[in-house]
Design a binder for this molecule. Sequence first.
Ligand SMILES: COc1ccc(C(=O)Nc2ccccc2)cc1NC(=O)CCSc1ncnc(N)c1Br
Length: 272
Amino acid sequence: VSATETRRWTLNDFDIGKPLGRGKFGHVYLAREKRSNHIVALKVLFKSQLQQSQVEHQLRREVEIQSHLRHPNILRLYGYFYDQKRVYLILEYAAKGELYKELQKCKYFSERRAATYVASLARALIYCHGKHVIHRDIKPENLLIGAQGELKIADFGWSVHTFNRRRTMCGTLDYLPPEMVESVEHDASVDIWSLGVLCYEFLYGVPPFEAKEHSDTYRRIVQVDLKFPPKPIVSSHAKDLISQMLVKDSSQRLQLHKLLEHPWIVQNAEPS
Ligand SMILES: COc1ccc(C(=O)Nc2ccccc2)cc1NC(=O)CCSc1ncnc(N)c1Br
């Protein structure tokens, strides 16, 4: 039976292969479930580290959320098991690896590729919001590419989890919307903001509010200091869409289902 069956897994059920993700994901290995020959990604988390950063309950909640999510653009979490010192997550393997590496290699994407990615992420987010799950941590580092070139949201950050990681791991703040930077109430529209930041980065190769110092990034975000460089040349439809998503007042941001009807998406995204 495939890895999706809910049974008690142990390490002996898997042949472990090469390391996959970089350190930031924790240790992730290619693995094959012996009975089904199913290829998976096995993520190893140290209980000591989880305890240190008090994220055990978040991990449990995440596993719970994941077990109800099924979408082609959301990486599956098939199951988990643990031993004395470690927790193991059995994950879907994304055959074409990490999106951010692809973005670094290409510098920026074509409008067709960017629109196709943005449309698939919008559909995944619409699906999640329909299940009252918000806050997919959709920066490039958490996106993977499946065997058919499709995007997969690969990490289930949610506010505290994501925030801790950003604060403690001093990762990028670029993706935080004003309401999070100003730590006020936020809702599903945070995902629309982040998708707008992602769309900009797909087309220009850098996030819109990037700055040397965190304090400058903060300021640029809360002021929505959005500028479109002259190069690379980007269509006005694309700029229009981004401008409708990166709006300070979260109630005024373009709704996700409206995004799918935007001319730039309609004219550039590959049909799903
Ligand atoms: C559904 O995907 C996840 C779900 C949950 C968590 C997670 O750690 N949650 C978590 C950990 C600690 C505390 C609270 C939550 C992580 C992932 N995903 C990942 O870590 C991605 C691993 S890298 C990779 N994976 C597949 N194919 C590849 N080619 C690569 Br490279």
